[in-house]
Design a protein around this ligand. Structure first.
Ligand code: GLU
Length: 418
């Protein structure tokens, strides 16, 4: 990851890039470049040793013109106010491109969860839930999982919120486990949209996915599910990596075995005899048909972009390319499926979860996956139609043209208050 590239500035330059093609007033665009509000709070909890420890946490509510703020909460030592602001903006345009009636938000705690016990993490999470309580609610702001958080944390937040509010309101948060009101298909949804959009892009570009070679950088929930599903579609996953490094096998890796190895040892490295070990940078610059960056922001900067050899990139992570890298890849004719579409499956199934929670009526996994596929394919078609209509070279700009237009329309219909 490149230090020094501010993701909030990246978001703003992506918006400017698209706004140049739209007839929307600068005053409205200015509004669409900034969060409505950001909570910054300090959580103090008792550690297992009986000491007190403080953690800084944020929640950015970027925009609710199209519906309640929506977006995950990440636990990571690199969380910052600007990162959370950027991520909340990306959520706003993500919910808009897939056309679900939600806005954008994001939260984060500056913490390395590996350094704390489960009991300590529960205290940190419940403390954050208490701080979030006045801001969240099924019609206000609906958090979800993100980097290093999952069902466990969502269940704690739901439980804390419901206890304090003396109610049952499972739709206050999504990404819960099934017993706590979660949806079938939610865990796989982010990786699923990453591969569905890759399939659509290959089809659009007249390329064959069957036998195509794939490299996946990052082997958390999004990356490993994408690897598993693309393998099932007939592509060959030749390389995967995590923060400890990467592995390469020209004749193909078994994504499930690599995941099992990571579960046992903490890393994908060393799962199979005879594989070659690579760095994350090597994985990102392999000569493959499809590259899936599935870790953090700024994984590919301008320099690294020069060496990227993939034909198609499907961004499972949020913000994996710096704007300069994006420009370089555009010149090199790499088809980049932007994060706000490629990883939108997660929030789309979060939307289904919220709908099910509100109706107290639950869907089958088959229904979830079918409805997800329809939404993602429609959004991809809207992106391609805009790419061609505006004669654009960069699919990201096309995605933002569609998304910004939708958010601006809702804002302009409603006007300002007071
Ligand atoms: N954290 C995920 C994202 O970046 C999911 C958000 C959600 O489900 O609300 O899209």
């Amino acid at each position: 990851m490149t230090e020094g590239v501010n993701p909030f500035e990246s978001l703003q330059s992506q918006i400017d890039e698209a706004a140049a093609h739209l007839e929307i007033g600068d005053d409205v665009i200015e509004r669409l470049k900034h969060p409505e509000r950001v909570l910054e709070t300090n959580l103090t909890i008792e550690t297992d040793d009986g000491d007190l420890e403080r953690f800084k946490a944020f929640r950015s509510q970027f925009n609710n013109d199209r519906g309640p703020y929506k977006g995950g909460i990440r636990y990571h030592p690199q969380v910052s106010r600007d990162e959370v602001k950027a991520l909340s903006g990306w959520m706003t345009y993500k919910t808009a491109i897939v056309g679900i009636p939600l806005g954008g938000g994001k939260g984060g705690i500056i913490i390395d969860p590996d350094d704390y016990s489960e009991a300590e993490l529960e205290r940190v999470t419940r403390s954050f839930a208490k701080e979030l309580r006045p801001l969240i609610g099924e019609d206000r702001d609906i958090p979800a999982p993100d980097v290093n958080t999952g069902q466990r944390e969502m269940n704690w937040i739901k439980d804390t919120y419901e206890a304090l509010e003396n109610t049952t309101e499972p739709g206050v948060i999504t990404g819960k486990n099934i017993a706590s009101g979660g949806s079938e298909g939610r865990v796989e949804a982010t990786g699923r949209s990453t591969v569905l959009t890759a399939r659509e892009a290959f089809d659009y570009l007249d390329k064959d996915l069957e036998g195509a070679t794939v490299a996946v950088q990052g082997y958390g929930n999004a990356g490993w599910i994408a690897a598993k599903l693309i393998d099932r579609m007939g592509a060959t996953v030749v390389a995967v990596s995590d923060s400890s490094g990467g592995i390469y096998n020209q004749s193909g890796l078994d994504p499930v075995a690599a995941k099992d190895h990571k579960n046992e040892t903490g890393s994908v490295v060393g799962y199979e005899e005879g594989e070659e070990e690579l760095t994350n940078e090597d994985v990102l610059t392999l000569d493959v048909d499809l590259l899936i960056p599935a870790a953090l922001e700024n994984a590919i900067d301008a320099d690294l972009a020069e060496d990227v050899q993939a034909d198609v990139i499907s961004e499972a992570a949020n913000g994996p390319l710096t704007p300069e890298a994006d420009a370089t890849l555009e010149e090199k004719d790499v088809f980049v499926i932007p994060d706000i579409l490629a990883n939108a499956g997660g929030v789309t199934v979060s939307y289904f979860e919220w709908v099910q929670n509100r109706q107290r009526f639950y869907w089958t996994e088959q229904r979830v996956n079918e409805e997800l596929e329809e939404i993602i394919v429609d959004a991809f078609d809207a992106l391609v139609a805009t790419l061609e209509e505006y004669d654009l070279d960069n699919p990201r700009t096309a995605a933002y043209v569609v998304a910004i237009r939708r958010v601006a329309e809702s804002f302009e219909e409603a006007g300002t208050f007071p």
